[in-house]
Design a binder for this molecule. Structure first.
Ligand code: AMP
Ligand code: GLY
Length: 421
């Protein structure tokens, strides 16, 4: 089969790496791909958000399956567009991707169907939002309604901070149209867990759990980022919690989307928090998480292509796959300054040395090839990932890998996976 993966980050590198293990994949393309993906797939220089050009390419090359990995093209309707041209595509249609595309939609869905989440109010008038905050308690959670690269959430510790965030989002358009409406939420506390699940609208098959580290610096300091590192499994997500989530969150969400006429087919990502009142949903994503994918797919025992095909054909219940009883850790090497200003174009060395350690795979996020050199080309540059019999061994091995890799102003967290609740 000819397969096209849309996207160009660490998540897409991992998806391509796993698809390469499928005997059914003869030819693999990735648009736009990156410096690492280029070693295992043919990179096509089309932006993931240029959905017309992607559909044209898929049609021209007679692609058998297009896997749409990032949020923006899903929300923009790339899957619908491909289907309208008679092409097969993996991922939710736009009417289901809205579960991530609009925080107002997802909060209303959870309220309507009794799915546990933080209390909230929606504002489209900055003056009213500020008035609400003036009378509220802190920390306060302020979220831009739309897509903002995982950075549209501000946890304001004081009224001044909250007011500044409202001005930035609603008046200075920091996140463009995504910030025109905001959700102000009740602040919850507790450990976070990410559970990605395969679903075809009939069956829900959660993957192994993971935990992300969203803040830029050690001990969860600094700004929220797209994710600075992950590990799998979560240290707190046991069978009892999995059952609670299945009954109170996962199945109710699948059923709610069906009831709304928005059947979700693809990977549904549950961002969860284990609070004193039980597990609550912090966010939904309509796709594989990044960098969760980097620690979850290496544990998949099965053919990812077969799973994608089964989801499209609504026979997910029939596919045979499982998960290895291992630990997996991904440490993100970022450009110094990320998630704010950073420099690009720095030469990266040591990737082969890290991988030579064994059980270490370096997934590229923001890299590009320049002759035989690999240069940095983004905020999150690499995900140095280790798979080992236990989580603690995987952590040690991943950091051995990190020590081999160098580029100017490389920044990484030193505490990925370390915290024991
Ligand atoms: P989100 O993009 O919605 O996942 O939010 C990013 C991060 O902000 C989450 O991973 C949490 O760490 C934090 N966060 C979001 N909502 C809340 C909340 N209601 N209470 C506390 N922290 C939150
Ligand atoms: N790691 C969080 C996300 O993919 O949104």
């Amino acid at each position: 089969m000819k397969v096209l993966v849309v996207g160009g980050g660490g998540r897409e590198h991992t998806i391509c790496w796993k698809l390469r293990q499928s005997p059914k994949v003869d030819k693999l393309y990735c648009a736009p791909g990156n410096g690492g993906i280029a070693a295992i797939a043919e990179c096509v220089p089309i932006k993931a958000t240029d959905i017309e050009a992607i559909a044209d390419f898929a049609e021209k090359e007679k692609i058998d399956l297009t896997v749409v990995a990032p949020d923006d093209p899903l929300v923009m309707g790339l899957v619908d567009l491909l289907e309208s041209r008679g092409l097969r595509a993996f991922g939710p249609r736009a009417n289901a991707a809205i579960i991530e595309g609009s925080k107002v939609f997802s909060k209303e869905l959870m309220k309507k169907y009794g799915i546990p989440t933080a209390g909230y109010e929606v504002f489209d008038d900055p003056a009213k939002a500020i008035e609400h905050l003036r009378n509220g308690s802190f920390p306060a959670v302020i979220k831009a309604e739309g897509l903002a690269l995982g950075k549209g959430v501000i946890i304001a510790q004081s009224f001044d901070e909250a007011e500044a965030a409202i001005h930035e989002m609603m008046e200075n358009n920091k996140f463009g149209d995504a910030g025109k409406r905001v959700v102000i939420e009740e602040f919850l506390s507790g450990p976070e867990i990410s559970v990605l699940a395969f679903t075809d609208g009939k069956t829900m098959r959660p993957m192994v759990s993971a935990q992300d580290h969203k803040r830029a610096y050690d001990n969860d300091q600094g700004l929220n980022t797209g994710g600075m590192g992950t590990f799998s499994p979560s240290r707190i997500y046991d069978e009892k919690m999995a059952e609670e989530c299945m009954n109170n969150i996962f199945l109710p969400t699948m059923n709610a989307m069906n009831a709304e006429g928005r059947t979700f087919k693809g990977v549904l990502y549950f961002g969860l928090m284990s609070t004193k009142d039980g597990v609550k949903v912090i966010e939904y994503n309509c796709r594989f998480g990044d960098p969760e994918t980097q620690v979850v797919l290496p544990r998949l025992e099965g053919d990812l292509l077969e799973i994608f095909e089964a989801i499209i054909d609504e026979r997910l219940a029939e596919v045979d796959f499982g998960w290895s009883n291992t630990g997996c850790v991904c440490v993100v090497a970022a450009s110094g300054g990320y998630p704010e200003k950073y420099e690009s174009g720095k030469e990266i060395t040591g990737i082969a040395d890290a991988e030579a350690l064994g059980d270490v795979t370096v997934f590229h996020a923001g890299t590009k090839l320049d002759g035989d050199k690999i240069l940095t080309a983004g905020g999150r540059v690499l995900g140095i990932t280790a798979l080992a019999p236990t989580l603690d061994e995987a952590i040690a091995r991943a950091y051995e890998g990190v020590k081999k890799v160098h580029f100017d102003k490389m920044h990484y967290r030193k505490d990925i996976g370390i915290k024991k609740y």
